[in-house]
Design a protein around this ligand. Structure first.
Ligand code: FAD
Length: 453
């Protein structure tokens, strides 16, 4: 039995940790958030309750293994009290990083920090109640531009058009760099919002880009079958907010009102050009103005550069491209030294930022785990710190770690809140309240408020 540290308890960290625990190793799973689940808990659309609760059950089963310890509420990073080197000092046989893609892919525009301009990840964290985003200002107005044309755009439009309890949105405008055939969302996701599509405006927009998309061999009569099945249905005039598309356009400048909130976007018009295997967008010198009071960019994410691993092109650098053919694709590779860091691994969205659904992150982590298990067979025996020693060391840093027992206490407290409020479920939205609820559950059971040893 060897000790494996896994950093990050999203789907990749949890499914990877499961493999190590099942193989009989001692696993310590560190997580920034109090609760496990990552984007499965705090990204997947709130009303997908069946999917979320199914995943929660699987995660609870993984965490229930006696040789798997959970240490939540512990951010790891070069600027944090717990750094990767601090963890390495505790001598794990392998260190597996599954921290997802927590950085923001910037648009590189002046005004990006203005009020009313948000990254999709932060916005999604806000409505899914992840602290501290849950209590930050993500106010939206009447006209919201969403940049990007994938499933995350659809989730956000769905929130704004249907489920936001403070709904003010009258119009969502999807700003897409390329054309209607390059939409990346799944049809069944778009079904949720298709009734808001302003069909007249959509037809006008198609007429605007027709000549260009046909010049690259795309046939607009096939658009319904390809990316917009709604076009096969008769247009419905549902009253209420509208969904519009601005194809072949990219944000060029953000303008603000006297209060510093976005009030207008200048968009560059693009030209679609054919390239091997597809299309690409080329900017032109033509521009259009779009009056909006909110802008959310849903263009994928990058890894957090301050985590402490070498990074390039938005992801942590691994041996993925086989720079060292004798080593696994999941091993951390330092381009400065040209060497693989033995025993350090990356899996999930941390290795391939924003790539795929939970199933893909799981597959990546389980494939990575298979390599790591082989490495562990031959890895030198090390006197690794025990979970109890680790908890004690973390407390000395002034951090209040959250254990598996604490998660059970938190679950009970949230169930009680749900009962009292007559809701099907309830989620605390800030760390302080969660820690207080855990402490209260402990004191109810007559236990001192100390970390179990
Ligand atoms: C808006 C949105 C909607 C989605 N909807 C769906 C859907 O409907 N169905 C589906 O199958 N997939 C969906 N996905 C994709 C799915 O969420 C991802 O495939 C999956 O969560 C990636 O898993 P991961 O473990 O690599 O990363 P994450 O889920 O991001 O998990 C990372 C974990 O690492 C922790 N962490 C981060 N930084 C640190 C740090 N510095 N120190 C310690 N811990 C850290 C975090 O707390 C988190 O627990 C969606 C994604 C988004 C963004």
């Amino acid at each position: 039995m060897k000790t494996v540290f896994v950093v990050g308890a999203g789907p990749a960290g949890l499914y990877g940790a499961n493999k190590f625990a099942q193989a009989g190793h001692q696993v310590v799973l560190f997580n920034r958030d109090i609760k496990p689940g990552g984007l499965a808990e705090y990204g997947i659309y709130p009303v997908k309750e069946k999917m979320k609760s199914g995943l929660r059950k699987q995660f609870a089963k993984i965490l229930s293994q006696p040789n798997l310890d959970y240490v939540g509420h512990v951010p790891v990073g070069s600027g944090d009290a717990v750094t990767l080197d601090w963890l390495r000092e505790l001598s794990p046989a392998a260190l597996v990083c599954a921290v997802g893609a927590q950085g923001t892919k910037k648009l590189g525009l002046a005004g990006e920090e203005s009020r009313g301009v948000y990254s999709a990840k932060d916005f999604v964290y806000h409505y899914n109640l992840l602290p501290p985003f849950s209590s930050q200002d993500f106010s939206t107005g009447k006209r919201v531009a969403i940049v990007g044309m994938g499933n995350v755009m659809v989730d956000i439009a769905r929130w704004l058009l249907i489920d936001d309890p403070d709904r003010k949105t009258e119009e969502v405008i999807v700003v897409a760099r390329r054309g209607p055939f390059e939409a990346k969302f799944d049809h069944k996701e778009f079904d949720h919002i298709e009734m808001f599509l302003d069909r007249k405006a959509f037809e006008d927009e198609l007429a605007r880009v027709k000549e260009n998309v046909e010049s690259v061999g795309q046939d607009l009569s096939q658009l319904g079958a390809a990316t917009f099945p709604v076009l096969a249905k008769p247009a419905q005039e549902t009253p209420g907010p509208r969904l519009r598309f601005s194809f072949l356009t990219s944000p060029q400048a953000i303008h603000t009102d006297a209060g510093g909130r976005i009030d207008r976007l200048t968009l560059t018009e693009n030209r679609l050009v054919a390239r091997e295997g597809g299309t690409s967008a080329k900017t032109t010198d033509r521009t259009r103005e779009l009056e909006v009071d909110t802008m959310i960019f849903a263009i994928g994410d990058v890894v957090d550069p301050d985590f402490g691993l070498p990074h390039a092109s938005g992801a942590y650098v691994t041996n993925s491209d086989g720079a060292d053919p004798k080593r696994a694709a999941y091993e951390v590779f330092d381009p400065k030294t040209g060497k693989v860091a033995a025993g350090d691994y990356v899996v999930g969205w941390a290795r391939k930022a924003s790539e795929g659904l939970v199933g893909i992150a799981r597959f990546d982590a389980e494939q990575g785990a298979a390599h790591i298990l082989k490495y562990l067979e031959a890895a030198p025996e090390k006197p690794s710190a025990t979970p109890a020693e680790i908890l004690a060391q973390i407390e000395k840093l002034g951090i209040e770690p959250v254990t598996k027992d604490d998660l059970a206490r938190l679950g009970r407290a949230e169930e009680q809140q749900a009962r009292e409020r007559g809701l099907p479920s309830f989620k605390f939205a800030d760390d302080g309240t969660m820690l207080a609820a855990i402490a209260e559950e402990k004191s109810k059971a007559g236990q001192p408020n100390l970390v179990e040893k």
